[in-house]
Design a protein around this ligand. Structure first.
Ligand SMILES: C[S@@+](CC[C@H](N)C(=O)[O-])C[C@H]1O[C@@H](n2cnc3c(N)ncnc32)[C@H](O)[C@@H]1O
Length: 90
């Protein structure tokens, strides 16, 4: 079975949303480049979510960073990034 969806948990501090655009509940992804790691994710959905749920200089935290798809996208979008990964090899 190929899973074609992922849950997204969206926690907001305070009552004000700082979104800049509408965010869709479905995003057409592309097959990720698995050269570095089997678990590497596509940048398509990361770009969609991070660009809409954060503004420049916000901090994005990925506590299961893998090969840092979210980190690369965050820095490209001028966000700050904190990544945590338990597997030092990855
Ligand atoms: C699906 S991959 C992450 C993909 C990544 N978030 C991305 O967007 O490319 C899951 C990663 O979580 C890491 N991981 C699993 N449990 C963890 C934990 N308790 N603390 C830190 N990293 C963990 C795994 O080693 C693996 O690299």
């Amino acid at each position: 079975m190929v899973v074609t969806w992922k849950p997204l948990l969206w926690f907001v501090k305070g009552t004000k949303l700082r979104t800049t655009e509408y965010i869709r509940d479905s995003v057409q992804s592309s097959y990720p480049d698995k050269t570095l790691h089997n678990w590497t994710q596509s940048t398509v959905e990361a770009v969609h979510v991070i660009s809409r749920l954060t503004i420049e200089n916000d901090i994005v935290l990925d506590p299961m960073m893998g090969t840092a798809t979210t980190g690369i996208v965050s820095l490209n979008l001028k966000r700050q990034f904190i990544g945590i990964e338990k597997d030092s090899e990855t």
